[in-house]
Structures are given as structure tokens and as C-alpha cells.
Design a protein around this ligand. Structure first.
Ligand code: PGA
Length: 252
């Protein structure tokens, strides 16, 4: 963590929850974050977004979507546009989560278009990047992440990163219980900052880079202690109020 970048903890609920469960989760968090400096964000499934955004309006917790359509409007059955997300009170949106990349075939170019679509409506994209286990084992980690960043740089330009968040999520650590060591996370976070810094040092220095992949109450503090880790993108542990609050507290 640095003194200049405000920590951020984001909960990615994925395809979990119900109206009753969401309500209980948010109820348990109410009033528990007031003393913390960290910014806190929840990303529920699309169908619950409007209700939750309404409930959390003016509160300590921001709301984001888990994905969006790259197109702005039209015949795209089943899709949701950036303008719609903005309209119902979303502030953030995840783009390029590894499950979107692998299960829904989103390539670097499509992710870049989604990033631009989000910013076109004033949403803050949380750009997710990360390597698979095979890529790590064959020492391609930095090449993979460079390509993921470069696709967005090519379309959006470095200035766009002044209004974005990056999340480093090694695919092998997501939902597996295998967490990157703090040193492994730091090495990649430093690489991301350095790579963007070759284009604009000030923007790279101000950019918040979250770590995601089996963040838990028990390992959050040591991850967040690393110089270039500015918070976390939390999946499974964001569905348990006490544990999520513990992670938020570890971010400060
Ligand atoms: P996890 O998921 O915390 O359950 O590993 C993280 C994510 O996919 O964002």
C-alpha cells in the first residue's frame, strides 16, 4: 500500500445470491465500514443492480457491474449497455474478468472495447488481467499481462488509466484456495505499474492495482502490505459479511 493511493476493496459476487441473501449481506455490513479509509465496492449480478444501487445510494459502499456490452445500443439480445448501468446508479464495472475471457470467449480486443464503452458513460472500468497456470509455468506471465494491457492502451490510450482500476488476478488463484504469495503479487503489480509508467509515470503512480485470487480474511493484510498492492478484488470471501469486513479492515 502507498500513502497516496486510496485503498479499494471490491466484492465480486459472481452468479451468487438472492434478494434475501443480498439484503442480509448488506445489512450485516451497514455501519461497519465507517471508520475505515478504504473505498468499498460490491458487484452483484445484473438483475439485482438497480435495487442494490438504490439501497446503497449515498452510502459508504459503491456499486459496480460484473460486465457490460461493448456496443452502446441496439439489437444485442441479452446484453446490458454502459448507459443503462450508469442510469441505474452504477459507478464501476469489471471488464475482462478471467471467467469472461475463458468461458465467454472475450479476447483482448473485445475487453478493450468494453473498457472504452464503460468510460464513455463515466463508469470506472476495473480491468482484470492475469495469467493461467500453464502460462506461469512456461514463464509467460509478463508477456500475457503486457499483451492484455497493450490492447487497452492501443484503443484507449494511457490517459484513460487515470480513470480506471487494474486488478491482477492470476487465473490459477481464482476460486482455488491457492493465493499468490505477497512477493508473487508484488512482482506483477510492479511490472504493471512500470509498463504503464513508460508511457506516463504520473498516471502509473496514481493507478490503483488490486490483487484478486483467493483473498481471505487470513491473508489480506500481508498482500495489502506490499508496496504496489492497493487493495483486493474478492470473490468467494465477499459473500460472507464478517470475512469481507475483515478484508476491508486489512486495507485500512
Ligand atoms: P476468489 O475470486 O476470491 O473467489 O478467488 C476472485 C475473483 O474472481 O474476482
Amino acid at each position: 500500500m502507498s500513502n497516496t493511493r486510496r485503498p479499494l476493496v471490491a466484492g465480486n459476487w459472481k452468479m451468487h445470491g438472492s434478494r434475501a441473501e443480498n439484503s442480509a449481506l448488506l445489512e450485516a455490513m451497514t455501519g461497519q465500514l465507517d471508520k475505515l479509509q478504504a473505498e468499498v465496492l460490491v458487484c452483484p449480478p445484473f438483475v439485482y443492480l438497480a435495487e442494490i444501487a438504490g439501497r446503497l445510494a449515498g452510502s459508504r459502499i459503491a456499486v459496480g457491474a460484473q460486465s457490460l456490452c461493448a456496443e452502446s445500443t441496439g439489437a444485442f439480445t441479452g446484453e446490458v449497455s454502459a448507459a443503462m448501468l450508469k442510469d441505474i446508479g452504477c459507478q464501476y464495472v469489471l471488464v475482462g474478468h478471467s471467467e469472461r475471457r475463458s468461458l465467454f470467449h472475450e479476447d483482448n480486443e473485445l475487453v478493450a472495447r468494453k473498457f472504452v464503452a464503460a468510460q464513455s458513460q463515466g463508469l470506472i472500468p476495473v480491468l482484470c488481467v492475469g495469467e493461467s497456470l500453464a502460462q506461469r509455468q512456461s514463464e509467460q506471465t509478463f508477456d500475457v499481462i503486457r499483451a492484455q494491457l497493450d490492447a487497452v492502451l492501443a484503443l484507449a490510450g494511457i490517459a484513460a488509466f487515470a480513470r480506471a482500476i487494474v486488478a491482477y488476478e492470476p487465473v490459477w488463484a481464482i476460486g482455488t484456495g491457492l493465493t499468490a504469495t505477497p512477493e508473487q503479487a508484488q512482482a506483477v503489480h510492479a511490472f504493471i505499474r512500470k509498463h504503464l509508467g513508460t508511457q506516463d509515470a504520473q498516471i502509473a503512480d496514481g493507478l490503483r492495482i488490486l490483487y484478486g485470487g483467493s483473498v481471505k480474511g487470513s491473508n489480506a493484510a500481508e498482500l495489502f502490505a506490499m508496496a504496489d498492492v492497493d487493495g483486493g478484488l474478492v470473490g468467494g470471501a465477499s459473500l460472507k459479511a464478517a470475512e469481507f469486513l475483515q478484508i476491508c479492515a486489512a486495507a485500512g
